[in-house]
Write a protein that binds this ligand. Sequence first.
Ligand code: KG4
Ligand code: ZN
Length: 336
Amino acid sequence: GTSKLILAIESSCDETSVAVVKNGNEILSNFIATQIDSHQRFGGVVPEVASRHHIEQITLGIDQALKKAAVEPDDLDAVAVTYGPGLVGALLVGVSAAKSFAYAHNLPLIPVNHMAGHIYAARFVKPIVFPSLALLVSGGHTELVYMPAENVFKIIGETRDDAAGEAYDKIGRVLGMKYPAGKNIDELAHQGHDTFNFPRAMEHDDNFDFSFSGLKSAFINTVHHADQIGEELDRKDLAASFQQSVVDVIVSKTKRACEQLDIKQLILAGGVAANQGLRETLDSMIKKDLPELDFVKAPLKLCGDNGAMIGAAGYVAMQHGESADLTLNADPSLEF
Ligand code: KG4
Ligand code: ZN
């Protein structure tokens, strides 16, 4: 028939995920094995530990994804896989598994950029309309990506130092929280107020870049100074102040980019797109200032790393004739 079934594999960081996706917008299965427990005692992702876990989970993941979708390898039209950016050893596990599977079942192999995957998670909500702008906020990236047409990506602004998620995780560590701390801080922030008024770096600069390391330092200095003088700071207010600063900068820059580029749609995606403060603030900004703009948020369950989003991006890549042969290699610093 005309419907396309893709087996999609994601292993760029600390989630081993395999999905079966129909026509790039319907999830038949989405197996996700998270390794977070194994990394928590180290306070971050340990590359060697990640690779080993991926090796242990990948075959099971493929079997489970096919079984849950009630799909046989012969029913598939392609295998899509994340080949970058990410941890090289982790990526190699997914790439090798995808190559073997594609070879064994004589299927086309579609290479997918992890960040394009995050963006195309929006396809599970509604079609993408162009020109579109994607606000990509994750543990490794914070960028504004202009998409004049399908499968065309132009970074118009990005972080000059820490990614937003990275900043959340680092200040979470200072507060004694487990890795990753983003969700915890988000929840705490909702119970507090912005009483600290931390810096909002580059908010009014005439570009679309971000910087979060100054905010991170201001936060850490505040906490350490209080420790030294034996003062107890309100954790809820600390979290709320940090989050307000991050959200304010991201929302003002995104708003300006939307206005200047005259886009039809804004897409919010990446792990930090799960942030309730960011989702709500963007919602109300658009309602008030850009009512004509279509706003699509990646579904909460698909903000973190997952195979389904790779299946969505793989479908688009396949429509554009992209494929790889068995020499496909992992590219840890892949860019758009
Ligand atoms: O996209 P992702 O799953 O992995 C990368 O490709 O980096 O993003 C993970 C990041 C982590 O830094 C985590 O703390 C952050 O997303 N995160 C959040 C929230 N949920 C996850 N940050 C802020 N608020 C949240 N609710
Ligand atoms: Zn990611």
